[in-house]
Design a protein around this ligand. Sequence first.
Ligand SMILES: NC(=O)c1ccc[n+]([C@@H]2O[C@H](COP(=O)([O-])OP(=O)(O)OC[C@H]3O[C@@H](n4cnc5c(N)ncnc54)[C@H](O)[C@@H]3O)[C@@H](O)[C@H]2O)c1
Length: 452
Amino acid sequence: MNITIVGTGYVGLVSGACFSEMGSTVTCVDVDEQKIENLKKGILPIYEPGLENLVIENHKEGLLRFTTSLESAAQECDVFFIAVGTPPDEDGSADLQYVLQVARNIGRVINSYTVIVDKSTVPVGTADKVKKVVQESLDKRGSDLEFDVVSNPEFLKEGAAVNDFLSPDRIIVGCDSPRAIKLMKRLYAPFSRNRDKLITMKVRDAEMTKYAVNSMLATKISFMNEMATICERLGVDVENVRKGIGSDQRIGYSFIYPGCGYGGSCFPKDVNALIRTSRDMGVEPHVLASVARRNSLQKEVLGNKIKERFGNDLCGKIFCIWGLSFKPGTDDMREAPAIVLINELVAAGATVHAYDPVAMTQAVGEFSPSFFQENRLRLFKTPYDALVDTDALVLVTEWKTFRQPAFQAMAKVMRQQILFDGRNLYDPGEVQEHGFEYHGIGRNFGGNLSGA
Ligand SMILES: NC(=O)c1ccc[n+]([C@@H]2O[C@H](COP(=O)([O-])OP(=O)(O)OC[C@H]3O[C@@H](n4cnc5c(N)ncnc54)[C@H](O)[C@@H]3O)[C@@H](O)[C@H]2O)c1
């Protein structure tokens, strides 16, 4: 099958690489010329485990191509995917300008019956808007070509995106046209071999499903963060509570880790977009509004704990931050809790030493250049170099490489042995045995050390 994917970011590139891996011929289109030139040379714009190999091998085989020209990609194309960004608008709603611009351009270049698939996360009703602008472009050409618009939201997780795409839990296809459904079934058949994973529904139902999934996951996280805050006041260890509730099969262990807030390009923007949609429909989204509010507060938790311990004036203090990306396995720093924390620490007069296994290049663009010029924020090549002469270590992103650090060696190079564990990654007892003062999220472990 011949596929064109417009938007070669996290979703577009992973989808393109995985479709080509299954034998389809894929053309990835993007407006970013540098990105496309780099991809042709095998230089990837993002870090995603397993992706580089798929891209390079399938590009070599001629199954995966890159271009900035939608027109050239449209030759003999069976299906177009729209995978461009839908960033938040000022009022929280999803900004559809890129999606609709692509739809308009597709209407200008198609030359036979085509299926146009919305893969970007878009509010309910967007497929109708896409249909309208494609039709307008065709009308301008005086063309009576037929096309269908399908909603096929993407559920991949950054850090595990390739595996998620190759072995999805389910494939949601929102579509009213039997002809388009037939094509989508054929397209996804290689990803559905052990059981039929494709669930068809109406377009609007599919659009809503994506928002409901992300809102549900964000709700679990914010719920647990709220439990952690209550536990802290009550003298209860939230980690024991987590194990206690996770073992209930109706709840499960996933997405109930207390921490310093969720980030990324999806949860914050999708929860806010659904809040906006809901209000536009005259429904006050009480749960969703609380989920978003709790998360904003949670991103401030580490900064507050540090100030409680050291005072509001942090002049002269140096903090070491481990982990900058919004979660392990990705270099994506969009809405990362580390951004809130570092801005807060620097504003209070502190100096920050930071290390991340893959997000250092991204980090440079996330902070004011003055932070670097004035040496208020310094990035280090190893986690241990970043620790030298610091007053505390703050674990923000739970990369595997941070799981079992050499506490004894760390204690020797630090000015003070204090650890703020923003992901409850460490056993407080073990950390204390090495002479560290431990601060976690919702942890009360005196006399009942975890693991004891
Ligand atoms: N990142 C994720 O984990 C994830 C997961 C599921 C769904 N989504 C959704 O998928 C969509 C894309 O997300 P992303 O993270 O891949 O975004 P991204 O920012 O990484 O990539 C978007 C790409 O689209 C390109 N682009 C913008 N306008 C264009 C145009 N007119 N023509 C061609 N290319 C254009 C940009 O240059 C960029 O390369 C969003 O709606 C997002 O919510 C993202």
